[in-house]
Design a binder for this molecule. Structure first.
Ligand code: SF4
Length: 467
């Protein structure tokens, strides 16, 4: 591709229902390199023609695995009308599966961060796979306004996100983080991914959210309590957030850090967040080992839940069901029962195990002849994960994902859980269960005001139901 315009045109593609946060960093980098950007909403019928009419030189997509096929299809349609358009795919999915560069519709795959890649692509580097170069987090700032202004479903949504660091200290076997660590090495990963952005940058970015209808902000750090500097960082960040932004915020924590940080940090956490989400994932030792989370046990989870409660921080537990084990239903019920033991009456959600290509557990399944589903859409709310089970087992796993919030909140006895698992979940029941779980989730985070707004929020939400 040679730029037809001295200043090249980069079409940034919004795919799916959630904000494509990573692409906002790409937007900023493209602008910094002196080129033009424009956002297009792939959910709109006319988007392909609009990209072509704008005479885009480059197409930038950063699809999650769930939307990779849609992104590919979009790119192929654009290139069918305008063959000179050069498509660039980045983000976690293609970083885990760089061989995507060989697919029709993909010209360049950028592995890792975007930095350094734009110049090379515009200069005509036609290597199918380019490795981005990490830069200090102090040099990373997303461009968000154009996205919010052009794509109303994102600019207008009640929940926005922000991040203070880009990495995760853990190595769960089902997560693509390990791929990045392997690509860049532990030292680089700590330096670039596990270092926090300057507080003033996060605040400057968050102030943009105040210009749009934002009701809550998700701090998307994989573990917001990570790091030896947390006792110093959290009070400074909390003071700045409350003074200059003031929006309700919720974050992610892990049992491992909740039990370790100081009481003072726990108090600061309580001042900052409305709720936290905590990954518990599994109960059985063997399943935790399979997930490479053997550092965790029930005593630690219980201690973490109690500590959060004691400090007045509401916690949502996240569970994973549908693991490649001999007794997947018993395993899933053991996980639900753990959540009941440590947090009955509270809020928990169960997701089906999704195995992203390139992850350690995906490889393990292939090596151990575990059948994997070709039709897994990586939609967390579908109830369908990556492992292929006999239909009767799959129905029960799907039902557990739909009813786990109910089971935990109302502390349903195992006998009754098993009765419900023996019933057929019709499409209508699956839809109602998804809506009820969504209601519980919003009410948990936002409180009673959701009661008045829920129908309106629901009308704007497109669930994919499956029984
Ligand atoms: S805690 Fe979350 S982000 Fe971190 S390795 Fe595990 S799954 Fe990945």
């Amino acid at each position: 591709m040679t730029g037809r315009h001295k200043t090249c045109r980069f079409a940034l593609i919004h795919l799916g229902t959630d904000e494509v946060y990573g692409l906002e960093y790409v937007a900023a980098e493209v602008k910094k390199c002196g080129h033009r950007i424009r956002w297009f909403d792939a959910n709109e019928e006319s988007a392909v023609e609009a990209v072509v009419a704008w005479e885009a030189d480059y197409l930038c997509l950063s699809p999650l695995s769930a939307f990779f096929d849609s992104g590919l299809e979009f790119s192929r349609r654009v290139k069918a009308l305008a063959p000179s358009v050069h498509s660039i795919f980045g983000g976690h999915h293609v970083t885990a599966v760089p061989e995507s560069a060989e697919l029709d519709g993909v010209d360049t795959v950028v592995v890792g961060p975007v930095y350094g890649a734009i110049e090379r692509i515009v200069a005509g580097d036609d290597a199918g796979v380019l490795r981005g170069e990490p830069v200090p987090v102090s040099e990373m700032m997303p461009a968000r306004r154009e996205y919010f202004d052009t794509i109303p479903s994102i600019g207008g949504r009640h929940r926005k996100e922000i991040i203070s660091h880009f990495g995760c200290p853990y190595n769960c076997s089902y997560c693509s983080t390990s791929r990045l660590k392997a690509e860049y090495g532990g030292k680089e990963y700590r330096k670039y991914w596990l270092t926090r952005r300057p507080i003033e940058h996060i605040i400057e970015e968050a102030k943009i959210l105040l210009d749009y209808p934002t009701e809550e902000v998700a701090l998307e750090d994989d573990d917001m309590l990570y790091g030896t500097e947390i006792d110093e960082w959290l009070p400074k960040f909390t003071a700045a957030w409350k003074r200059e932004v003031g929006l309700p915020i919720f974050g992610n924590v892990t049992p491992n850090t909740v039990v370790k940080v100081s009481d003072q940090t726990m108090d600061t956490l309580a001042e900052l967040v409305t709720v936290v989400q905590m990954g518990v994932q599994a109960a059985r030792k063997s399943t935790l080992k399979l997930f490479n989370r053997q550092f965790q046990n029930e005593a630690q989870v219980a201690e973490a839940v109690n500590r959060l409660k004691k400090h007045g921080v509401p916690v949502k537990l996240e569970l994973i069901v549908g693991a490649p084990v001999d007794d997947p239903v018993g395993d899933a019920l053991d996980t639900v029962k753990l959540a009941q033991r440590v947090a009955a009456g509270g809020f928990a959600t169960a997701f089906p195990l999704m195995l992203y290509p390139g992850t350690a557990l995906h490889k393990w399944c292939l090596e151990n002849n575990v059948p994997l589903r070709e039709d897994c859409t990586f939609d967390f709310y579908s109830g369908i994960g990556s492992v292929e089970f006999p239909p009767a087992i799959q129905r029960k796993i799907t039902t557990i994902t739909k009813l786990a919030s109910f089971f935990v909140k109302y502390n349903v006895d195992e006998r009754w859980m098993r009765v419900l698992l023996d019933m057929d979940l019709t499409d209508a029941a699956a839809k109602s269960a998804s809506e009820a779980a969504y209601y519980e989730s919003l009410r948990f985070r936002l409180g009673e005001k959701v009661d008045q707004e829920f129908e309106e929020i629901l009308a704007k939400t497109h669930f994919r139901y499956k029984s």
